[in-house]
Design a protein around this ligand. Structure first.
Ligand SMILES: *Cc1c(COP(=O)(O)O)cnc(C)c1O
Length: 230
């Protein structure tokens, strides 16, 4: 199957999952997780109407930018971000999904202020409480959202999560529901219902994420094929 055919098939599954959940399919965006796929693959996804492309590594993103891999679609940053690389991402990625610590948010604020722009971000939630993952613990999230709301050059538009690797079918659904609840509560209580993006769900579980309320799914292998790790 080609990238265009894969995207078409995913769109059909997204539509069905949205309708089954009583939701409008148009409110759910498809972000292609294009790590380890070249500029040609990115361009094919854009030609097939992907809503955005998301990268994980700053070095790879910078190299592919030089090849004009993302021309014609918004570029998002979805991977773990080190503070010393924030400068390269602020103002380049239209949305950073992975703002997962106050130190990182402070650095995003600093770099955005320097460049006189407002950076859109999502707060990452570590819903499984995993040591290996970034993100705010659910109990830290309210305070973090409040602090971030005071940063003039950072605009928080929602939440993102990567739940634990789950072997059981629908095993991530309870995590998605918890993050969805946090999203609704924080948007209502701290952000005047202005949140727009709940980023959750990947190739193996995006239908469950949509059932739980995702407005943005991040899909890699189901679009681009299995990644070759060296
Ligand atoms: C790679 C990646 C995805 C997509 O994963 P697939 O299982 O290939 O769909 C989504 N989100 C993040 C943060 C990723 O790094």
């Amino acid at each position: 199957m080609s990238i265009a055919e894969n995207i078409q098939a995913i769109r059909a599954r997204m539509d069905r999952a949205a309708r089954e959940a009583g939701r409008d399919p148009a409110e759910i965006l498809l972000v292609g997780a294009s790590k380890m796929n070249g500029a040609a693959a990115c361009r094919a996804a854009i030609a097939a109407g992907i809503d955005a492309l998301g990268e994980n590594r700053v070095q790879e993103m910078t190299a592919k930018l030089e090849e004009h891999a993302y021309d014609g679609a918004p570029l998002h940053f979805i991977g773990r971000l080190q503070r010393n690389k924030v400068r390269q991402v602020v103002g380049t990625a239209s949305l950073i999904h992975s703002a997962g610590s106050l130190a990182l948010l402070e650095e995003i604020q600093r770099q955005a202020e320097k460049r006189a722009l407002v950076q859109d971000v999502l707060l990452e939630v570590n819903i499984g409480g995993e040591e290996s993952k970034g993100g705010f613990a659910p109990e830290e999230l309210y305070a973090a959202a409040e602090t971030a709301g005071g940063f003039p050059n950072v605009r928080v538009l929602g939440l993102m999560t990567i739940p634990p690797v789950e072997r059981e079918p629908h095993g991530n659904f309870p995590y998605f529901l918890k993050v969805s609840q946090l999203y609704v509560d924080i948007s209502r209580n701290l952000y005047d219902n202005s949140f727009k993006y709940l980023s959750m769900g990947m190739s193996d579980d995006f239908e469950d994420a949509i059932a739980a309320g995702a407005t943005m799914i991040r899909v890699g292998s189901a679009i681009f094929g299995h990644r070759q790790y060296q």
